[in-house]
Design a protein around this ligand. Structure first.
Ligand SMILES: [Zn+2]
Length: 373
């Protein structure tokens, strides 16, 4: 099953070797960007340690133990993640029971989401963190013998969100974890962890997933066109979660609008453009605009590839538009780098409090300056 994790050959190799030689460490730190498989790898490691199949098949994914891990319901899996706080009382009992009903619903929804579509981001209604009650629960549970497996597996997701008290308490647990316990921390911000926590774990780095691997994965999912897979692989910047999320949500619609935008630029149809831009008067469609700008950045790189590196082109099905844009202004080397920086800057600006419509208007003006001069 480890082969399902794309682009993390180094980490997987180290873990598989440790499994074969029975040299799996007591505590690991998996660090690297979001959406590249840290949690899944941690889960598979836990599965492999408890799997009923022969060593070369572990984790098999089909034995009763593996199935329970995959549904996050194995009694020897201790899964800790940041969630909102409702009161000053401990929010989770040492047995792992959530005491506040309001939180319980969100807590369950987070887990359900993790099981059904692990790549989908789940947004809690309030600020989240890992607090001391969760660590007390961990301390309590790792002192008990495993229920039905050989090992207790503890996954602490987004470990960087531990409060100071939680981190200090956790440090003691890390000093001497029981032999039959494996603790795996995951984080995209290792610098926010206490150095003393980092140094007590075996560290494994995870990397952005190569574009080609994301493309491959996407093409296996549904009837995506090659250009779509290419486009998503590029926009997602090595983040598989993001690529899958985009695949689900509205990217085709955004692509249509991006094409419209380019057509309005080519024909300098200001009226139509203003009509299009009106949907960005408020921040309701902010995500859509961000997506559109990301796609325009890819269009720019396609224009740059048009002359000499056609194999790199993403929008393969729209080369007629590329051709027009290229011919309008063939001095790509002169304008492309600056224009791309400008677009990145616009994306940044959208994170602040700007009027999105003004941003798209500014972009339109730049484009018409370059392509309609
Ligand atoms: Zn198994």
């Amino acid at each position: 099953m480890f082969s399902k994790i794309k682009g993390q050959d180094k980490a997987i190799d180290i873990l598989q070797r440790a499994l074969k030689q029975s040299k799996v460490a007591n505590s690991y730190l998996f660090y690297g960007p979001e959406g590249v498989g840290k949690f899944t790898t941690a889960l598979y490691l836990g599965m492999a340690m408890n799997c009923h199949s022969t060593m070369d098949k572990r984790p098999c994914g089909i034995c009763p133990s593996c199935k329970k891990f995959l549904s996050l319901s194995h009694p020897d899996l201790i899964y800790i993640f940041p969630f909102p706080k409702e009161s000053n009382k401990p929010d989770i009992s040492i047995e792992g029971e959530i005491k506040v009903e309001k939180i319980l619903n969100e807590y369950k929804a987070y887990i359900d989401n993790k099981i059904s579509s692990p790549w989908k981001e789940y947004f809690f209604t309030k600020n989240i963190g890992i607090r001391i009650a969760s660590i007390r629960m961990l301390e309590h549970r790792i002192q008990l013998s495993p229920n039905e497996g050989n090992y207790k597996i503890c996954i602490i997701e987004h470990a960087d969100t531990m409060t100071i008290q939680a981190a200090n308490a956790f440090l003691k647990t890390l000093e001497e974890p029981p032999e039959d316990t494996i603790i795996i921390l995951t984080t995209s911000k290792p610098n926010s962890l206490l150095p003393t926590i980092i140094s007590r774990c075996q560290q494994l780095q995870f990397y952005p997933i190569p574009k080609s691997k994301i493309e491959e994965e996407l093409l296996g999912y549904e009837t995506l066109e090659i250009f779509e897979a290419k486009m998503l692989a590029r926009i997602s910047n090595g983040n598989m979660e993001k690529a899958l999320r985009l695949m689900e949500g509205g990217k085709i619609e955004v692509r249509e609008q991006t094409l419209q935008f380019l057509n309005y630029v080519i024909n300098k149809n200001n009226l139509k453009f203003i009509e299009l831009s009106n949907q960005f008067r408020t921040s309701k469609n902010l995500k859509k605009l961000q997506e559109m700008i990301s796609q325009l950045i890819i269009w720019l790189s396609d224009i740059a590839y048009y002359k000499h590196q056609q194999s790199e082109i993403t929008n393969l099905d729209k080369t007629e538009i590329l051709e027009v844009l290229y011919k309008r202004n063939p001095n790509v080397e002169d304008y492309a780098p600056e224009l791309m920086n400008f677009m990145e800057e616009m994306l940044q600006r959208l994170n602040g409090h700007v009027n999105p419509q003004l941003v798209i208007i500014e972009i339109y003006n730049r484009f018409t300056d370059i392509f309609c001069a």
